[in-house]
Design a protein around this ligand. Structure first.
Ligand SMILES: C[S@@+](CC[C@H](N)C(=O)[O-])C[C@H]1O[C@@H](n2cnc3c(N)ncnc32)[C@H](O)[C@@H]1O
Length: 292
């Protein structure tokens, strides 16, 4: 093994990552998924990966880096690494003012244009959907707006994430009260079946969503996503550096149909990232439009 890694310290059973090993792992993670692990997260990475090293019977982080590159199990381990470094926090009806704008302005504008053109085909992309709360919320809002008309529309929400583990949970569609804490009671009653302490998403809602794994830093995968009228990518680009943000936002621009909308997280901005979109200011939300 390279002398670069000779600084890995094993104190009793505790595994420490040296600065050089950390830099190497950080560059590797960045290449793989565009997430930049800041210096202040070094110890978090160290703590969270220690179990992986023990599980794989590896002596130090240099061996782990080698494993990630050359071992037959590297693809599976890469998924475990993604799980360690990503933050999957989410909830139903996250950021209600923004969703109100989505329901009253954005969705109604898109539906109206589609009705006018005689094409009842609505495509929405939830990029970085985590455990599914975001795309299910979209589906419930669409169902609420279209009501009985829904049956005559071709609606699909493409929902994807880097982590296969969160996607499995999203496909199951079983949730607890905590993640549903801001969901209106009548919505809970209409779109979920309660079983003991849990809420199961109803099948008619599930069938509107297609979950699959995508790495947003892989442009070949991203280009395969069907073109959409609306893209949600909330609380995802905050983990990327500016180069990666530019690349991802550029790919959203290409994916959107003319007149389409991009909705990012409340604390995120396209300032210095893209000038291609027209920012539209609503009370409680800024929405980005691709002009026709
Ligand atoms: C904090 S969650 C946001 C979930 C949801 N959009 C919301 O706002 O509630 C961020 C998600 O982005 C995903 N993610 C991070 N990097 C990604 C990448 N390169 N490709 C696809 N998904 C990614 C993470 O796995 C995580 O589930």
């Amino acid at each position: 093994m390279s002398s670069l890694f000779s600084k890995t310290i094993t104190l009793g059973k505790e595994l420490k990552v040296s600065d050089a090993e950390f830099a190497q792992l950080r560059d590797f993670i960045y290449q793989q998924c565009g997430i930049y692990v800041a210096d202040n997260r070094k110890y978090l990475l160290e703590n969270r990966l220690a179990n992986r090293l023990k599980h794989l019977n590896l002596k130090n982080f240099a061996e782990y880096y080698y494993y990630l590159q050359y071992d037959a199990g590297r693809k599976e381990e890469l998924n475990r690494l993604f799980e360690v470094i990503t933050t999957n926090e989410t909830s139903f009806y996250r950021n209600p003012p923004q969703l109100q704008v989505f329901q009253d302005q954005i969705l109604s504008d898109v539906l109206q244009a589609l009705r006018k053109s005689g094409q009842r085909k609505l495509r929405i992309w939830s990029a970085g959907c985590s455990t599914g709360e975001e795309p299910y919320t979209m589906a419930m809002i669409i169902a609420e707006v279209l009501k009985t008309e829904l049956a005559s529309w071709d609606v699909r929400i493409t929902a994807n994430d880097l982590s296969e583990r969160v996607l499995e949970s999203a496909r199951r569609g079983v949730y607890n009260e905590y993640t549903l804490r801001t969901t209106p009671k009548e919505i809970l009653a209409r779109y979920f079946d309660k079983q003991d302490m849990f809420y199961n998403v109803r099948p008619e809602l599930k069938k509107l969503i297609l979950f699959h794994q995508i790495n947003l830093s892989d442009m070949t995968q991203v280009k395969r996503v069907e073109r959409s009228q609306i893209i949600f990518c909330r609380n995802v680009i905050i983990y990327f550096d500016d180069d990666m943000k530019k690349k991802v936002i550029g790919s959203f621009y290409d994916n959107l149909l003319p007149g389409g909308y991009l909705i990012i997280g409340h604390s995120e901005s396209l300032h210095n990232i893209s000038r291609a979109f027209k920012p539209i200011h609503y009370p409680g939300a800024i929405i980005y439009k691709k002009e026709e």
